[in-house]
Every structure is written in structure tokens, then in C-alpha cells.
Design a protein around this ligand. Structure first.
Ligand code: K2U
Ligand code: ZN
Length: 175
């Protein structure tokens, strides 16, 4: 298992639409393990393959936040939202590809998601609370959408400029 580097916004791969997974093989299982290891290392509660520059429709999440609770790692391949509630929730979102920036995003409070699991079996589950926010945030990543796309243009521009500055500092070895 490998901790891989996470792309930082702006990056064209974070704005592209990922490709459906067709091959369910050992390589996919190894990628899922790397994604989970990278997510836990960040630390984060979700991660989508395009954040690693891998343009596959695949995400991992584990929204269990209690310290000594049993982790609940999930791997969702080719996920689609098949139902979403009228009721919405507002959450102060962040993103591992947009470090240290947070903003309120409103999303449906409950979503029913259908996906294929790592063994190739079709699964459906209803998510609420932080799991619902997270799975929608991750599916957005598969469609090239970032949480800042829900913000007013000025706020989005401000965050993008901060990330461009951060990337310049990283390139110079100053960050
Ligand atoms: O996709 C990602 O960048 C990981 C996201 C997932 C996420 C964002 C907003 C709301 C829920 C999930 C996060 O950076 S993981 C970090 C985190 C940790 C606890 C609560 C919220 C976000
Ligand atoms: Zn994100």
C-alpha cells in the first residue's frame, strides 16, 4: 500500500469528468487500498481517484470520526445518486485538494446512492448526516466539480488565488 500525493487546485484533472470503471481486477483493489491509506494519512474522511490524478469513477470514504470507534472504510465504484431529499443540510466543507480553505455548502440532507463494490456487485445505500455530505462531495469530484464551485465568484477567485500562491511556494520549496 502506498500513500500517494494529492493534486492541489487549480489542476485540469480536478475539473475533468472521470471515466467509468470497466475492469474489476487486482489493480483496482490495490488502488482502493492506496486511496484509503492516502485518505487516512491526510487525514480525511473521503477521497476521489481524480484527486490522485487517476481519472476513474471511484471514491473511498470513512466518516467515522469518534477516536476509538471501529473504522468503516467504504469503496464506491461508478456511484450514482438515485434519490435525494428535498430537505437540505449546510456543512462547513473543506477539501484535501484545497487545503485550509472552508466554506458553507448546502446539499440534500439524505441521498440514496447506487454503486458497484470492489467485487463487482451492485449495491444501494441511503446516506444521511456527514456521510451524505461526504458522498456528494466525492461524487462531485468524479464530475470535475469542487465545493468552491458552489460559492460566489469573488470568494471562489480568492480561494483559487491563495492556492496558486501556495503552489508557487511549493514549487520554490518554501511551503
Ligand atoms: O474530497 C476530499 O477532499 C475529502 C474531503 C471530504 C469532505 C469534505 C467536506 C465535507 C465532508 C467530507 C475532506 O477534506 S476530508 C476532511 C474533513 C474531515 C472532517 C470533516 C470534514 C472534512
Ligand atoms: Zn474534496
Amino acid at each position: 500500500m502506498t500513500v500517494r500525493s494529492i493534486l492541489i487546485h487549480p489542476d485540469p484533472r480536478l475539473k475533468a469528468t472521470a471515466t467509468p470503471v470497466a475492469e474489476f481486477n487486482g489493480d483496482l483493489a490495490a488502488l482502493a487500498d492506496d486511496m484509503l491509506e492516502t485518505m487516512y494519512d491526510a487525514p480525511g474522511i473521503g477521497l476521489a481517484a481524480p484527486q490522485l490524478g487517476i481519472m476513474k469513477r471511484m471514491l473511498v470514504m470513512d466518516c467515522v470520526k469518534e477516536e476509538n470507534a471501529t473504522p468503516e472504510p467504504m469503496v464506491l465504484i461508478n456511484p450514482t445518486v438515485i434519490e435525494s431529499s428535498e430537505e437540505t443540510n449546510v456543512y462547513d466543507e473543506g477539501c484535501l485538494s484545497i487545503p485550509d480553505q472552508y466554506a458553507e455548502v448546502e446539499r440534500p440532507a439524505i441521498v440514496k446512492v447506487e454503486w458497484t463494490d470492489i467485487s463487482g456487485k451492485k449495491v444501494q445505500e441511503e446516506f444521511d448526516g456527514l456521510w451524505a455530505t461526504c458522498v456528494q462531495h466525492e461524487i462531485d469530484h468524479l464530475n470535475g466539480k469542487l465545493f468552491i464551485d458552489y460559492l460566489k465568484p469573488l470568494k471562489r477567485q480568492m480561494i483559487t488565488r491563495k492556492m496558486q500562491k501556495l503552489k508557487r511556494e511549493i514549487a520554490r520549496g518554501n511551503a
